[in-house]
Design a protein around this ligand. Structure first.
Ligand code: AMP
Ligand code: ZN
Length: 113
């Protein structure tokens, strides 16, 4: 847990979220400013900044999120396609420095991305 990290606070339950899935490795909730009709954030329970600092031991977690995305996208109503996105660093548009995966879908047009 990183003390000033908003996603750590969501993972711990200190800050509420619209949670749609959780297991021993990760929590998934609705993005507070959705950029598409379906916009989920998949957030590992472990705090690490982004892919720059990911290690070999994160391989299973990163793969798990990719494989979970289609199921959650479909369950949330994105039945005609979706995007799976991780922003890394300033030029990658990363705002929250706790690694997360965006799952975006639903009928276009979308606001951004
Ligand atoms: P990124 O730019 O990839 O770091 O994305 C961070 C995302 O977190 C943005 O899309 C924000 O809308 C979202 N976000 C920030 N605070 C919250 C929150 N409290 N609950 C849900 N989503 C949030
Ligand atoms: Zn964190």
């Amino acid at each position: 847990m990183s003390s000033n990290c908003i996603f750590c606070k969501i993972v711990s339950g200190e800050i509420p979220s619209g949670k749609v899935y959780e297991d021993e490795d990760l929590v998934v909730f609705h993005d507070i400013h959705p950029a598409a009709p379906v916009h989920l954030l998949m957030v590992p329970r472990e705090h690490f900044e982004n892919l720059d600092v990911a290690e070999a031991r994160h391989e299973r977690l990163l793969g798990k999120m990719q494989l979970l995305a289609p199921r959650l996208a479909r369950e949330q109503g994105a039945t005609n396609g979706y995007r799976v996105v991780t922003n890394n660093g300033p030029d990658g548009g990363q705002e929250v420095y706790h690694l997360h995966v965006h799952v975006l879908g639903g009928p276009r047009p979308w606001k951004r991305l």
